[in-house]
Design a protein around this ligand. Structure first.
Ligand code: ASP
Ligand code: MG
Length: 310
């Protein structure tokens, strides 16, 4: 088996498509970092494992281990670390490697890797509206830089890309479900020519840490950015729950245990203020820019659900 896996990898590493994707990836990271630094954001190093990580809202296998009597898990997202550090440094970002051991069926989507990087950012005192605006500007800036630097690469890939216009269109989650059914995200993404937002996401669709609206009960002050042309989810984020009682209530309603989140709850007991943030998957962004069918084509060492990888 090693021979087959390694020869497939060698072939992949010599692929012209991968070379173009890695060049785009280099520009994407530089453009995003530059955009955020220019706006006063501080870059923090990624956390690879910790005592508390994102519970996610869907089942994955759980990589964890014990060190000197304490249980640690590999990072699924730095959501809690973002919420904690933003209390001290009000604008932060990180390029965070995430491990999500998805079920093998997820390979079907062409947009899941077991190991990926997200640009994860958080702003203290900001609202969803502020972060939607920031997200649009960041996205536009990044595409402008890529188009400026890589018109030849994109041309060679047969990809034509244009810079979208802000403000992006918005759909409320429940309106979209009513009109297009449960597959609304894919349907709308395939129809769209520019990225768009899904906002006001119901509680059961997201994790406990996103803030419930004060005016519409059961609705979160969340947002997802969706790519056009069928590339689906780009970014996910929202306002965070900061009130300890509300956090505990939300954990309880999810059927999760306080034990699982005790390290975070200890911080929350000390008092948290409102923050809002989002995470944008870098490989998905590069896939969209390059116009690739499958996400593994953008990563030199892709880990595809259900497959043995080097
Ligand atoms: N990093 C979060 C996630 O992976 C996104 C967010 O900031 O809400 O779900
Ligand atoms: Mg999330």
């Amino acid at each position: 088996m090693e021979t087959e896996v390694v020869s497939e990898l060698m072939e992949h590493l010599s692929d012209k498509k991968l070379e173009a994707a890695l060049k785009v990836n280099t520009t994407v990271r530089a453009a995003m970092g530059e955009f955020l630094r220019d706006r006063g954001f501080i870059e923090i190093p990624p956390v690879i494992f910790s005592t508390v990580t994102d519970p996610l809202n869907h089942p994955v296998y759980d990589p964890s281990f014990e060190y000197e009597g304490t249980r640690y898990a590999l990072t699924k997202s730095m959501i809690f670390h973002k919420q904690i550090i933003v209390q001290k440094f009000p604008k932060i970002f990180t390029f965070s490697p995430n491990i999500r051991l998805e079920m093998p069926e997820k390979a079907r989507t062409g947009r899941h890797l077991l190991e990926f990087t997200q640009l994860d950012l958080e702003v203290k005192g900001a609202t969803r509206e502020d972060l939607i605006k920031l997200g649009e500007e960041l996205f536009i800036h990044t595409l402008e830089k890529v188009i400026e630097k890589h018109s030849q690469d994109l041309h060679d890939l047969g990809r034509s890309l244009s810079v979208p216009h802000a403000p992006f269109k918005r759909y409320k989650f429940e309106d979209a479900v009513k009109k297009y059914g449960s597959e609304f995200e894919t349907i709308l993404s395939k129809e769209a020519r520019e990225p768009f937002w899904i906002v006001d996401i119901p509680l059961k669709e997201r994790e406990f840490y996103d803030r419930e609206s004060d005016v519409s009960s059961g609705i979160l002050n969340d947002m997802d950015l969706i790519y056009p042309e069928g590339y689906c989810e780009a970014l996910s984020g929202g306002e965070r729950e900061f009130d300890l009682d509300r956090i505990m209530e939300r954990i309880r309603r999810k059927g999760q245990t306080y034990e699982q989140f005790k390290w975070f709850l200890e911080f929350a007991r000390g008092g948290l203020e409102l923050s809002t943030g989002f995470g944008i998957g870098i490989e998905r962004l590069v896939r969209y820019i390059c116009g690739f069918e499958r996400i593994e084509d953008v990563h030199p060492f892709p880990k595809v659900p259900g497959k043995v990888s080097v």
